[in-house]
Structures are given as structure tokens and as C-alpha cells.
Design a protein around this ligand. Structure first.
Ligand SMILES: Nc1nc2c(c(=O)[nH]1)N[C@H]1C(S)=C(S)[C@@H](COP(=O)(O)O)O[C@H]1N2
Ligand SMILES: [Mo]
Length: 191
């Protein structure tokens, strides 16, 4: 992104494959019952079926991906719906400062709204010109390339806009709340 920092964040190693990393089981996907919701501090709460979600304007973003366990994967070609597009639909209220990305199961990740407003943030359903595989978060995952990958929540079902911050799954289990790879914000005891 920025010219004054290295492409590979400090302490990271480049991989060529694509590791699979998550807690719990890969959830089943039923396109007939799946929905995506935007809730909380927004003017227009949203509930979309899979077909409705796929009909939203699509963007492509090519971005690097950095896991806190030290692997990085370059040049992921994501396709999906820009966070900006979803925010235009739901219209966050002025008091909305944070978003909880809520997934199937009990995984969730908190992100400041300003970090989601970057151009490269999207809810992705395709990767490298194929439908996103279930093990990598298919049908839908959040992608926040500028933060460690635990914030890129797989099997995303809901974005909850919040006036106050609340820690997500890993953020209460010892990971840093802010997760900037170039600042090596890995663990909460360094906050
Ligand atoms: N729902 C959910 N999303 C998740 C996780 C998880 O356990 N559950 N793990 C995170 C972590 S720690 C990483 S590194 C990336 C890994 O994504 P990948 O398996 O597609 O490489 O997913 C993130 N998103
Ligand atoms: Mo990770």
C-alpha cells in the first residue's frame, strides 16, 4: 500500500500455498436459508438472501494476506462486495465507530469502522477466479488486507455496527485489539 513500508511485514514469511486456519468445523451452506444481515447503529438494517447478496455490485481486489502465526500469502485476487457498498446501503449512524463481524459458529472479530472504509476491504465470495472454497470461508468472508488475517472473518453472516468497541473471539484470547502487521500488533500484552 504505502511506499515507505516493506511489502512483507516484519516477522512474516512468504508461503506459496494457502494454509487453512480456523477453530471449529467448516459450516454447511444452504443457499435457500442463508442470509446476510447488517444490524446495530445503522439507519437501514439489512437482511439479504444469497441471491440478493450476489446481485449487489461486484468489485475485484488483489491484496496480500498476513496471518499472525507468521505466514503471508501475496496477490490474492478477491471478488465480492465492497464494504463501502454495504455501508451505503445500511447508512451507519454517526455514533457507529466499530463493527463486529459475526460468523457461523461462535467466531467474531471487531474492527474500527475507519479500518473498514479503506478501498481494499470487501466481503468476498470468489478467490483467484474460482468460487471461494468452504475451507477458506465460502460462501462469504470478510477481507481486511491491512490487518492480521484473524480479522478477515470466514463464514460471515452479519456486520453489527457499534458505538463502543467490544473484543472478538481472538481479541479476548490474547491477540492484539488493533492487529496492524507493520506494527507487529500480535498480542494483547503489547497493547
Ligand atoms: N469464522 C472464522 N474465521 C476466521 C478464523 C476462524 O477460526 N473462524 N480464523 C482466522 C485466522 S486466524 C486466519 S489466519 C484466517 C485464515 O484464513 P484461511 O484459512 O482462508 O487461510 O481466517 C481467519 N478467519
Ligand atoms: Mo491467523
Amino acid at each position: 500500500m504505502s511506499a515507505d513500508r516493506p511489502r512483507l511485514p516484519p516477522g512474516q514469511n512468504l508461503v506459496t500455498g494457502w494454509p487453512v486456519l480456523h477453530v471449529g468445523d467448516v459450516p454447511a451452506f444452504d443457499p435457500g436459508t442463508w442470509d446476510f444481515r447488517i444490524t446495530g447503529a445503522v439507519e437501514s438494517p439489512i437482511r439479504l438472501s444469497w441471491a440478493e447478496f450476489r446481485a449487489l455490485p461486484k468489485v475485484g481486489v488483489t491484496a496480500d494476506f498476513h496471518c499472525v502465526t507468521s505466514w503471508s500469502r501475496y496477490e490474492n485476487a478477491w471478488e465480492g462486495v465492497a464494504f463501502r457498498t454495504l455501508a451505503e446501503l445500511a447508512r451507519p449512524r454517526p455514533e457507529a465507530k466499530f463493527v463486529m463481524a459475526i460468523c457461523e459458529g461462535d467466531y467474531e472479530a471487531n474492527i474500527p469502522i475507519e479500518a473498514l472504509r479503506r478501498d481494499d476491504v470487501l466481503c468476498a465470495y470468489r478467490h483467484d477466479r474460482r468460487e471461494l472454497q468452504p475451507v477458506h470461508g465460502g460462501p462469504l468472508r470478510l477481507v481486511v488486507p491491512q490487518l492480521y488475517a484473524w480479522k478477515s472473518a470466514k463464514w460471515l453472516r452479519r456486520l453489527d455496527f457499534m458505538p463502543r468497541d467490544r473484543r472478538g473471539y481472538w481479541e479476548v484470547r490474547g491477540y492484539h485489539n488493533d492487529a496492524d502487521p507493520w506494527k507487529e500488533q500480535r498480542y494483547s500484552d503489547e497493547e
